[in-house]
Design a protein around this ligand. Sequence first.
Ligand SMILES: Nc1ncnc2c1ncn2[C@@H]1O[C@H](COP(=O)(O)OP(=O)(O)OP(=O)(O)O)[C@@H](O)[C@H]1O
Length: 311
Amino acid sequence: MTQESLVSGRRPRTGSAVNFSHVTKSYGDVHAVSGLDLAVDRGETVALLGPNGAGKSTTVGMLLGLLPHDGGTIGLLGTDPHEAVHAGRVGAMLQDGGLIPRVTVRELVEFVRGTYAAPMELGRILETARLTELAGRRADKLSGGQAQRVRFALALCGNPELIVLDEPTAALDVTSRRELWQTMAAYAALGNTLLFSTHYLEEADEYAERIVVIDRGRVLADGTGAELKRSVGGRTVGIDLGDRDPGGFRRLPGVTGVEVRGARLLLSTDDADLTVTELARLGALRNVEVTGGGLEAAFLALTGADAGSGV
Ligand SMILES: Nc1ncnc2c1ncn2[C@@H]1O[C@H](COP(=O)(O)OP(=O)(O)OP(=O)(O)O)[C@@H](O)[C@H]1O
C-alpha cells in the first residue's frame, strides 16, 4: 500500500481484480457459459446484467472457486480464485444465504470475523453495513432489507478487496434497495471492487460504472450505461402531422424510418437531437415527443437481436 492509502484507508486502484478468458462451463448438455471474456480493474463497480438463465450465477460461482470451470482461465486479484478467497481477499453475498437462528447480529458477525486471520474491526463492519443500532437484535428476526445488510456485513468480515454480489437486492422494496446500495457504494468509494449481478436495469445504470450484458453465457455488450444506450441509438420522434406530406420527412437528418399513425407522424431516428433541430427549423414541431433510447430499449435490442443466432 502507498503512504496515502495507509493514511486514508483507501486501496490503490491499480491492477486487475477479475480476469475471465475464454471461460466455458456446461451442465450436461446445457452450455451455461460459452467462451466468456471479462476483465474488471481494481476499484471498479461492475454490473453483470442478463435475463434469467444468462449464466450470471454460474459466472459468480466459478469466480469464487465454488464451481469448477471446463475451459479457459480465471484470475482473481492477480492469483487464482481459491487462493484469493482463502486469503480473505474476496467477500461474497450469494442468493438465499440463510442466517443462523437464535443468535444476535453482533454474535453472528463476531463468529464470521473469527474465521479470518486479519478481519475488519467489528465496529467498522457494523457501521459500514449500518447495523450498529441493530447489533443486539436476533439475526433471524429482521426485515428482508436488514437481513440483506447482515449478509453484506458478513461479506465484509475478512476486509476484502473485492466483493461479489449475486442479485443482492432481489425481492427488496425500493427503500431497502436504496439503503443497501448506500452501504455498498460507501465501501466501493474506498477503492474496493464490486461485481454484482442484477436483473434491474435502473440499478445497473445507477450504481455501476460499467455494465456487462450477458446472455447464454457470452458477453453481448460492455460499457457505461450511456455507451450502451448510445450503441443502440434508435429513438422515435413523434409530432402531429397536420396537412404536411409524410414523405418529405424521410430526408431529414438522422431519420431512418417514417410511419403515420392516425394524426401522428412517427420518425425513427438514430440522432434525435439533429432530427428535432431540423423539425424546429421547418416549423413542424407540434406536440413533439421523443421516446426510446433508454437502457431497457438497449437491453432488449441487445438480448433480442441475438435471439436465434443458434448458440
Ligand atoms: N446445477 C445445474 N444443473 C443444470 N443446469 C443448470 C444448473 N445451474 C444452472 N443451470 C443452467 O445453466 C444456465 C445458466 O444458469 P445461471 O443460474 O447461471 O443463470 P442466471 O443468469 O444466474 O439466471 P437467474 O437470473 O435466473 O438466476 C441456465 O440454462 C440454467 O438452467
